[in-house]
Design a binder for this molecule. Sequence first.
Ligand code: PGA
Length: 250
Amino acid sequence: MTNKYMYFIANWKMNGDKKSVNLINNVVKFSKTKKNKKFKIIYCPPYTLLNLFSNKLKNTKIDLGAQNCHQKEDYGSYTGFISSKMLKNIGAKYIIIGHSENRINGETDFLINQKIKASLKNNLKIIFCIGETLIQRKKNRTNKILSKQIEKGIKGVNKKRNLLIAYEPFWSIGTGLVPKTKDLEKNINFIKDTLKNKYKLKNSKVIYGGSVNPKNVIDLKKIKTLDGFLVGNASLNAKKFIDIIKKTYN
Ligand code: PGA
């Protein structure tokens, strides 16, 4: 049982068509009936659905987020890309940056840093993803990797308060594998300590992502320092997503 303010972020990745916006009806309803609970739901649909979601989420307490952006902060000749300014304009408040599915496609720490800076300039809040691979974990390099990703990602960033860190081990995303509670707690605390000691960022928010579902959330929520969840697959199903929230508070 927790009474803590928690984030529940739905990352729809490359899923959904224009009818899918109705799949969130029950989540909208649910969010309205739970006035007493302190939590924040954020939907991050693909670019093609941002406009529909933006209209749907008007006058609700649910916020809109995007899944990535170009590193240039306004407009320009970048065929096929979207800037953080355009995302802000359509109603996004948050943006996922540094997701491992982009890192494995060549997104470097340097590029991530540029995207973070551009998005902050456009007043978006950042869901900054970090996490180690299985090989790095086996070689006991997790702390080193997390420190490096944080250092390079937030280099020269001023508005660090607007960062929400999503700890997402590569090997747990979409695999059904979840770190042991003790290990996860250690890593969450390591991230928070690093932000506090190295970057003077007290009270940082760190969420977990990777195969979160209504079953494993029962154990995950026991981690007192955790501030929420980034949910991929299970967020495509409104019932499962609502269950994750309910079970966090029950
Ligand atoms: P998953 O994805 O819940 O499907 O593992 C999480 C994420 O990639 O953010």
